[in-house]
Design a protein around this ligand. Sequence first.
Ligand SMILES: C[S@@+](CC[C@H](N)C(=O)[O-])C[C@H]1O[C@@H](n2cnc3c(N)ncnc32)[C@H](O)[C@@H]1O
Length: 226
Amino acid sequence: MSANSKAVRSSQNGPHPRLLEIVARHVAKPFERPIAEHNRAAFVETQAYVETDRRPLCLDSFCGIGESTAILAARYPQYFFLGIDQSAARLSKHGPLRSDNYQLVRADVTDFWRLAAAAGWRLEQHWLLYPNPWPKAAHLLRRVHGSPVFPQLVALGGRLECRTNWPLYLHELQVALGYLGQHAVREAFTVDSPLTAFEAKYTQSGHQLWRLTASLGGGNNPEDWE
Ligand SMILES: C[S@@+](CC[C@H](N)C(=O)[O-])C[C@H]1O[C@@H](n2cnc3c(N)ncnc32)[C@H](O)[C@@H]1O
C-alpha cells in the first residue's frame, strides 16, 4: 500500500532561538490555568483503578485511536497502560476502551500530566507517538517541550519514547531535556509493524521515521531498553 503524506515543512532550520528561554520560564513559574472539570473527573476515575492495580504504570499520551496502547499493553503484560487523547471521536474508532491491562482515557494532557505529577505518579514508560508537530515557529509553545507542562512531563519520569517524522522536533526535545539534566538519544529507525495509524501512513509515504529515548530522572541507559 502507498500513501502520499507530505513531509513536514517549517521555516525553522534549527532549534527555536527562544527554546531554552521558554523552558526556563516554565520551570520557574508553574502553569496556573485552572484544571478543567472534565479532565479532573477523568483523572479521578482513572486514579481509582490505577492505584488499586499493582502493576507499574505506563502512559501512551496523544494515543489517537488507541491502537498503540493496545499493542503496547499486549507486548508488556506486566505493566498497566493508560492511553490518553483529547478526542472522543478518535478514541471511539479503534476497539475496546479497556482490557485487563489498558484503559483509554479522554483528557487533555495539559491538565492530566499536572494532576498525575501532583499526585506523585511515577511512570515505568511514557510514549509520545507522533504528537502534532506544530511546525510554524510561532507555535513553539504547542510542542511538548515548549508546553507550560513540560516540567510535569519530566517529573512523571520513566522511559520516554517520542516518535515523529520531523527530526527537528526531536532535536528541540533533546535540547530541552538536556537543559533539565536529562540525557536523551535520537536516531532514525524503520518499522515492519507500525504501532500507530500515523506511523503506518508516514512509512507508506516513504518518510524517514525518528525516535528519541530517555530515562527520565536518570538511571538506566535508554539504549538498554526493549
Ligand atoms: C498526530 S495525532 C497522533 C495520534 C497517534 N499517536 C498516532 O500516531 O496515530 C495527535 C493526537 O494528539 C491528540 N492531542 C493533541 N493535543 C492533545 C492534548 N493536549 N491532550 C490530549 N490529546 C491531544 C489529538 O487528538 C490526536 O489524536
